[in-house]
Design a protein around this ligand. Structure first.
Ligand code: ADP
Ligand code: MG
Length: 206
């Protein structure tokens, strides 16, 4: 994936988030404060404005800009967390001009570590990490087993979806949903859901 491809993927992620804004917000209404879709849609509209000027930059710089824009334009917890993830991936890619799915999985691991550090969170707390970590593990295993890049990301999407289902079974202990305690059980996590949408876009582009 060269810069053009990365830009296309980010544009499609943004379009998907705008499309699913109400659904994501509805999920957050049930266990949070009903702004997840609004937050991400606002952040990605700002990102879109920057993309047109990024054609001559390398993929890492594009991802860094995406991350910085999300951190600075999204008020909720998810902006700084997703922002950290994109920035970490961007920094870790350094000057790679053509990003493979192997590269992506490697830098995604660093993104997860950054999110975990910033959010003081780990799996099992009903957050985006409950889709991200299984997705990363599944992609790593699929690549090690010799699957194609697209198949590997498809395995990641399947694991991310299982992660969403898992978030329904547990109580939140991080983020606003933790205020509900056991009353958050039975509802899927908005952040795990938005992440899964993003990974599905990547799969569709391979
Ligand atoms: P806010 O909770 O500030 O209103 P959003 O509604 O945009 O922000 O995002 C909520 C999502 O952020 C949750 O569904 C969860 O996935 C994620 N999240 C919240 N806190 C954390 C955390 N400490 N670590 C990881 N993810 C978190
Ligand atoms: Mg919210």
């Amino acid at each position: 994936m060269t810069t053009d491809k990365i830009i296309t993927i980010i544009e499609k992620i943004s379009a998907k988030i705008q499309e699913e804004k109400l659904f994501l917000t509805e999920l957050d209404n049930v266990i949070g404060d009903g702004d997840h879709g609004i937050n991400l849609a606002r952040g990605f509209s700002e990102v879109e404005k920057k993309l047109s000027t990024m054609g001559d930059k390398n993929p890492g710089e594009v991802l860094k800009t995406v991350g910085m824009t999300l951190v600075s334009t999204v008020g909720g917890a998810s902006g700084p967390l997703y922002g950290t993830g994109f920035m970490k991936m961007g920094m870790e890619l350094k000057d790679t001009a053509d990003v493979t799915v192997e590269d992506f999985v490697r830098v995604f691991q660093v993104a997860i570590e950054g999110i975990s550090l910033r959010g003081k969170s780990t799996t099992g707390e009903k957050t985006m990490l409950d889709s991200m970590v299984p997705a990363k593990n599944a992609m790593e295993e699929a690549l090690a087993a010799g699957k194609s890049p697209k198949e590997a990301v498809a395995c990641g999407v399947a694991a991310a979806k299982e992660g969403i289902e898992y978030t329904k079974t547990i109580a939140a202990t991080k983020g606003r949903a933790s205020y509900l305690g056991d009353r958050s059980i039975g509802h899927q996590d908005p952040g795990a859901t938005s992440f899964t949408m993003m990974l599905e876009i990547l799969e569709g582009e391979l």
